[in-house]
Design a protein around this ligand. Structure first.
Ligand code: DX5
Ligand code: ZN
Length: 224
């Protein structure tokens, strides 16, 4: 699959008291987007940030905010995140009663529309919408927390999603989120992933720029 590798550092692993510094550091290191994990304490067993913080981040970020909505009823609240400045918006297929409608809503706003799949969710649930998506996010951990171990079966899932996108004549980029580091990035890139989310591998090390460069180098070598 052609196309550049895009790296989206997840600020879930950054210092929440110094978010602007974290964003600036990874932007200077070449981040392509800033991944923002929204958790509601219902769809996932954790509670993180919401529209006010996204609005604040949108004022300082110079690359798109890649907003990952791990929330119930995204159908009814997606506008909050769009209004707050999210440029890429991903909803979970498991959490939307009206997936087609919410995807159209995101696109009508001029944002990129993504749909995420939990590890136990079959890609076939996306059959009817995959041709219209900008992103398919394959979760390679069960969502809720940073720093979890990569689930190996995610590699085959990325391959199957890539085949589905191709078969539908779609343009969606495949994004992978969870346990991405120097060792796992090449595996998912070879399977067709082009957007890599990394939290711990970037913000969990002493020098986030060096962490980002290491993930990118491993991914780009695998893409060649
Ligand atoms: C997990 C979140 C991820 C998380 C990834 O539920 O969706 O974006 O921040 O963190 P790492 O890269 O540490 O697995
Ligand atoms: Zn995420």
């Amino acid at each position: 699959m052609p196309g550049p590798i895009l790296i989206a550092p997840s600020v879930l692993s950054a210092d929440f008291a110094r978010l602007a510094d974290g964003v600036a550091a990874v932007e200077q290191a070449g981040a392509d987007a800033i991944h923002v994990d929204v958790m509601d304490g219902h769809f996932v067993p954790n509670l993180t940030i919401g529209p006010p913080v996204i609005r604040a981040l949108s004022r300082i970020a110079t690359v798109p905010l890649d907003v990952h909505l791990m929330i119930d009823d995204a159908d009814t609240t997606v506008d909050w995140y769009l209004d707050a400045g999210a440029q890429w918006v991903t909803v979970h297929v498991e959490a939307c009663d009206h997936l087609h409608r919410v995807v159209q809503r995101i696109k009508a706003y001029g944002a990129r529309a993504g749909v995420a799949l939990n590890p136990a969710t079959p890609p076939e649930l996306l059959t009817e919408v995959i041709g219209e998506l900008d992103l398919v996010l394959v979760m390679s951990v069960n969502p809720g927390f940073g720093g979890q171990a990569f689930i190996p079966s995610s590699v085959d899932k990325v391959s199957r999603v890539a085949a589905m996108v191709h078969g539908a004549g779609g343009h969606a980029l495949i994004e992978v989120d969870g346990g991405i580091d120097e060792a796992t990035a090449p595996l998912v890139v070879r399977a067709g992933a082009r957007v890599l989310v990394a939290g711990n591998a970037i913000f969990g090390v002493a020098d986030p720029a060096a962490g980002l460069h290491a993930v990118r180098a491993a991914a780009e070598t695998a893409a060649r």
